[in-house]
Design a protein around this ligand. Sequence first.
Ligand SMILES: Nc1ncnc2c1ncn2[C@@H]1O[C@H](COP(=O)(O)OP(=O)(O)OP(=O)(O)O)[C@@H](O)[C@H]1O
Length: 260
Amino acid sequence: MSPLLQVRNVTKKYGGLTANNDISFDVAENEILSVIGPNGAGKSTLFKMISSFTPTTTGEVIYRGERISNLRPHIVARKGVVRTFQETTIFKSMTVRESVVVAQHLRARASLAGYFWGSKTAKNDVAAFEKYADELLEFLGMSDISNEQASNLPQGSLRALGIAIGLATDPKVLLLDEPFAGMNHDETMNMVNLVRSVRDERGVTVMLVEHDMPAVMSISDRIVVLNFGEKIAEGTPSEIQNNEKVIEAYLGSVDDEIGM
Ligand SMILES: Nc1ncnc2c1ncn2[C@@H]1O[C@H](COP(=O)(O)OP(=O)(O)OP(=O)(O)O)[C@@H](O)[C@H]1O
């Protein structure tokens, strides 16, 4: 079976700095794949190129056989490759439910004018969005906070809202940027289970960038390791934990520990 997504010889240069150098790997359908590496290794840059928030300098990203790198990010999102953010800042003035409804406008059928004039299509869309928002929030165990203002949510619920907003756009590949950052052990375990159920029950392929090594080792099918912009390893969690280059990269870093 051909891979769902392919990163092919991707390089990103910022002036004289090479943030990613000739990175290649495949992502299989229904996989949970983590990208790890010490601070500044190039993880976020790689995610930005996969979601097309920044163009590649050279190389390409292929999704279902089609090149998606260097397209506009909303086009890539519509095709099904969606990135969530560390902080859900844009929707904080809304309730949880409103945020998930608004996020679905990304795949709306009605034109903007239709929304303005309250066309039948727009009204049908809004009703469908509300129904789907309720379904998603129930799936994520968030029904009881659906009318809470997003700005009042604790960290764990805010992250879950980020995932709800990502799922609202009906992704096939969800890119999660540090989903466990700032969480205590119990919150992390809840989020690990949530991400697993997103894959298992909704058939979403998940890629994540994360520093929490125990969580990464427990959740990932495979791991790609970056160091100074280079891919230094790729494999299952146990292969990565025993990889000498990986151990060396982490021991050489003051801020990170691989937690083995
Ligand atoms: N817009 C930019 N302009 C110039 N340099 C950049 C830009 N974005 C990232 N970099 C540089 O590229 C390198 C890789 O950064 P990146 O944020 O991708 O690393 P990271 O692995 O995600 O780090 P962290 O774990 O700390 O978030 C760093 O040296 C960073 O300073």
